[in-house]
Design a protein around this ligand. Structure first.
Ligand code: R5P
Length: 300
């Protein structure tokens, strides 16, 4: 069956890279926001029969960017799925490198919505065949679906990139206990017996304010502070400051999804990071590690 790849507005670099890896045709979209705030999107093709009976892959991250917030990105994604279904693709595969709302996975305060899993249920109900996400914040929101869902792990390629920078005598540091298991898996990609340590973090559920504490043995170590998401940079910057105070020599701030909102870049560098490293799940200047080959391998 012939395969085509639809490059969503939010994943232009990664989408085209995946299409190249798979050696298949990439089709882009035309998109805009109407004056009333509604989104418009059309798949950029002249003849709808292009889609009929084909295997179609849609790649669209749902992180905020200068040309659309995550709500717009989600609406665009739903529009793409709807158009492709209407044009009668034989098989529909969705790739959402960064899944928005995945942090809203449980009720922290009475009256809240667990919106992360609602998004998955909506997409799943649209008659898709397969869904791929990358290092999703809360894998538990991926259960109970009809379609085949895969959470791709980017830790190996992130570790390879950091090793290629010449990092030695590495300690992997997790900003909080919740991410320790992930950090332990991450550490294995740097070699045997790489130490993993963590700080104590808590976040006020009302104000969102972070407090973190801890002193680790990091003297003269190359420290990799790793998290799944960097949003405002508060978590990362606080962990880096503590790592610096604990004697770290070099500090790499690493996240699969480096959204870098507000003053995140400044906060993280000012706290003492030598480098910020992310993947192209979010298209910005720190997307140093491409997910294209990794994702393409799943789609082959
Ligand atoms: C939270 O549990 C996540 O893993 C990240 O630590 C968090 O989303 C980062 O947010 P911020 O950069 O705003 O501190």
């Amino acid at each position: 069956m012939e395969k085509l790849l639809i490059v969503g507005p939010a994943s232009q670099m990664l989408g085209i890279r995946i299409a190249r890896e798979l050696n298949i045709r990439a089709i882009n979209t035309e998109f805009k926001t109407f004056p009333d705030g509604e989104n418009y999107l059309r798949i950029n093709l002249e003849d709808e029969s292009t889609i009929k009976e084909k295997e179609v892959i849609i790649v669209q991250s749902t992180g905020p960017s200068s040309s659309g917030n995550q709500n717009a990105r989600l609406i665009e994604l739903l529009m793409m799925i709807d158009s492709i279904k209407r044009m009668r693709a034989k098989k529909l595969i969705i790739v959402i490198p960064y899944l928005a709302y995945a942090r809203q996975d449980k009720v922290f305060r009475p009256g809240e919505s667990t919106f992360g899993d609602l998004i998955i249920r909506i997409i799943d109900s649209m008659g898709i065949d397969e869904l791929y996400v990358v290092d999703v914040h809360s894998p538990k929101i991926l259960t109970d679906t009809y379609s085949k869902i895969t959470n791709i792990d980017s830790m190996k390629i992130l570790a390879e990139y950091i090793k290629s920078l010449g990092a030695k005598d590495i300690v992997v540091v997790s900003p909080d206990k919740g991410a320790v298991e992930r950090s332990k898996t991450f550490a294995q990609h740097f070699g045997d017996d790489i130490p993993v340590d963590c700080f104590e973090k808590s976040r006020d559920v009302k104000t969102g304010e972070i407090t973190m504490s801890g002193k680790l043995s990091l003297k003269d170590k190359d420290v990799v502070v790793s998290d799944d998401i960097i949003a405002t940079g508060g978590t990362m910057a606080t962990a880096i400051k503590l790592a610096k105070e604990s004697g770290a020599k070099k500090i790499y701030a690493v996240a699969t999804h480096a959204l870098l909102l507000q003053n995140a870049r400044f906060r993280i560098l000012e706290a003492g990071a030598d480098e910020i490293i992310g993947t192209d799940s979010i298209d910005n200047e720190v997307s140093k590690v491409s997910l294209a080959k990794l994702i393409a391998n799943y789609l082959k």
